[in-house]
Design a protein around this ligand. Structure first.
Ligand SMILES: Nc1nc2c(ncn2[C@@H]2O[C@H](COP(=O)(O)OP(=O)(O)OP(=O)(O)O)[C@@H](O)[C@H]2O)c(=O)[nH]1
Ligand SMILES: [Mg+2]
Length: 108
């Protein structure tokens, strides 16, 4: 139930981003028609559109050391693995900012 609700919210979010891309494209066309655009504005809009089209979701887990970040990530994303994928123990463990990536086209 909660999973279906979350999935639905992601669909709504994705639709909102698509609509926003459309509005920004319209805005860019209007700027061009009115001859109000320049190279810098065009570059900024292109950059913004690229970011919106990427549709990448970034979730950050931030806290002091040994507060359970790694354990929480293991529980949320890797509960089915039956073992801790991220090392987690008392004291400083991870030691540096760590980035985990997932993409359906990337090898697992
Ligand atoms: N009792 C209890 N212990 C927890 C909980 N979450 C984490 N721990 C324990 O707290 C300790 C630290 O957890 P970590 O997940 O390694 O903490 P961290 O925030 O990733 O720490 P650093 O990587 O050092 O920044 C580990 O021994 C965990 O097993 C919890 O909800 N309850
Ligand atoms: Mg950690």
């Amino acid at each position: 139930m909660a999973e279906a609700k979350l999935a639905h919210q992601f669909v709504v979010y994705s639709e909102w981003r698509t609509a926003l891309v459309g509005s920004i494209c319209d805005y860019r066309s209007w700027l061009n028609e009115q001859e109000l655009s320049d190279a810098q504005i065009d570059w900024r809009i292109t950059h913004l559109l690229e970011r919106l089209r990427e549709d990448k979701l970034i979730v950050a887990f931030v806290a002091e050391f040994s507060r359970g970040k790694s354990e929480l990530i293991n529980a949320i994303f890797f509960a089915d693995y039956g073992q801790r994928l991220l090392p987690s123990s008392v004291g400083r463990t991870t030691m540096c900012p760590t980035e985990l990536l997932y993409g359906s086209t990337k090898p697992t």
